[in-house]
Design a protein around this ligand. Structure first.
Ligand code: HEC
Length: 123
């Protein structure tokens, strides 16, 4: 009979436990963020619409970073509505000092729009 590989068993448990704890911890800290926002879908939508040409999650490009936008609207209960208007109506904005129409998003799917706005505000 082969000896039971105790060492291996012990090892895998040790790796599993911290991972589990981290996952549970995250879920407790940010239940809303994890349950509601589909980040990859939002990111893909931004890429498809060339929003990423001017917006980066962290860095300022021609447009403010998503972090800056999220900070601006922190605690603003009307944030979702304002951003929805901004990305669907093509308002005039200053881009490199020139007044231009802001890019409007090419989807009218409320689920996609809500997800995108939720993702932007989660930064
Ligand atoms: C040509 C550059 C450019 C592109 C492309 C662009 N944006 Fe912007 N965006 C800007 C600039 C500049 C501002 C800042 C406007 C201001 O504060 O007046 C801005 C602001 C925003 C804001 C914040 C509005 C607010 O009320 O503070 C959001 C949200 C946003 N853009 C989303 C998007 C999305 C989604 C797309 C793709 C459909 C996109 N942007 C494409 C340049 C761009």
């Amino acid at each position: 009979m082969k000896p039971i590989p105790h060492a291996a068993l012990f090892d895998s448990r040790h790796r599993l436990l911290p991972t589990l704890c981290a996952a549970i911890g995250l879920a407790l800290i940010a239940p809303g963020a994890i349950a509601q926002v589909d980040a990859p879908a939002a990111e893909a939508l931004m890429k498809e619409n060339k929003c990423t040409k001017c917006h980066n999650p962290e860095k300022k490009k021609k447009g403010p970073s998503l972090k800056t936008i999220a900070e601006k609207y922190k605690g603003d209960a009307g944030a979702e509505g304002k951003l929805l208007k901004h990305i669907t109506t093509g308002p005039k904005v200053k881009i490199d000092g020139e007044e231009e129409e802001h890019e409007a998003i090419d989807t009218k799917d409320p689920k996609q729009l809500k997800n995108l706005i939720g993702w932007i505000l989660s930064h």
